[in-house]
Design a protein around this ligand. Sequence first.
Ligand code: DGJ
Length: 377
Amino acid sequence: MNKTQRTKNFALCCMVLLLSTLSQAQEHVNGQLWMDTDGKHINAHGGNILKYGNTYYWYGENRPYNGGSTEAGIAVYSSANLKSWKNEGVALATSMKAGHDIERGCIMERPKVLYNKKTKKFVMLFHLELKGRGYEAARVGFAVSDSPTGPFQFLRSQRIHANQWPFDMDEEDIKAAKQTDASQWKEWWNDAWRKEVNKGMYLWRDMKGGQMSRDMTVYVDDDGKAYHITSSQENLTLLVSELTDDYLDFTGKYNMVAPGGQNEAPCIFKHKGTYWLICSGCTGWSPNEARMFSAKSIWGPWKQHPTPFVGTATGYNNMPANKTFGAQGTFIYQMNGKPVFMADIWNPRHLSQSLHLWLPIEFDKEGTPVIRWVDKW
Ligand code: DGJ
């Protein structure tokens, strides 16, 4: 073999190696670690994807290997193809200042970033728990940035809708809610307690200090209006709230979905004029059966359907559909007009190692969403 031939062969080998490395890097196997372009597992959990220009941004909880609180903050990754993800660092960093709302050691969960076309700002909403207070603060945090990769500037955290009633409760409903008394109920889950919950017992309990906001998502409708959907009232009831035009506050218009239904991890999308809301039940980090609701308006009325999940996670953990294949949803994004369900397979011992599960949403003959296991994509 002469020198030119050797050089050609060497170049060919390099090309083959490069192509095989690229194709490996671009294939994501559901139920396995997903590597970024540095070869590290993507540490962005409970988050969302935002397309800006030709780039996709993936925001999520940067979780430590040990422990349940937040050390670094909210992570951001970028991609041109939704497969090869570059770590862009921390978009919203925790604060080192003692007593700060987002002091290192707080809990920041389920961040969602929106782009506001009018203000040209990137707005982040997230679930915040104050340092050392477990999950009792139940606040929503707001942060803003001029760039998709941050740094996001923390604005504030708050309970929501203090002294505001849902817009669709009439005088009689309000009167009935005001007659409830949450402090009376030492025992939960019985019929009498449920009746009071349905009347708005926790809504009334928190009327002065503001409603709780834990697991949350956001949704931007076709007209640019944005909504915040959150687990409130001790995770018993979902609230849908309208955001102001700049997405930095609530307008005050909100209502309840499925009072007493214990829905967490809300994910929403619209298909052919119908809003589909897919949630989980409340079992901590353990998987449970997903719940699905549909409505013709974001304000309901919402109709409950069986879980959209069918079959088992064959070849992975063989988890059945009634355990959502071991996962819990975090966001639904549209990939070339087709909805994709994004979920986390939580690893509570090592939260940073929690796995990602993305599954296409299909539709049956009646147009109802169906989600089947796929190995990779
Ligand atoms: C379930 C929620 O969906 C998660 O985001 C997290 O808050 C865990 N509970 C904590 O147990």
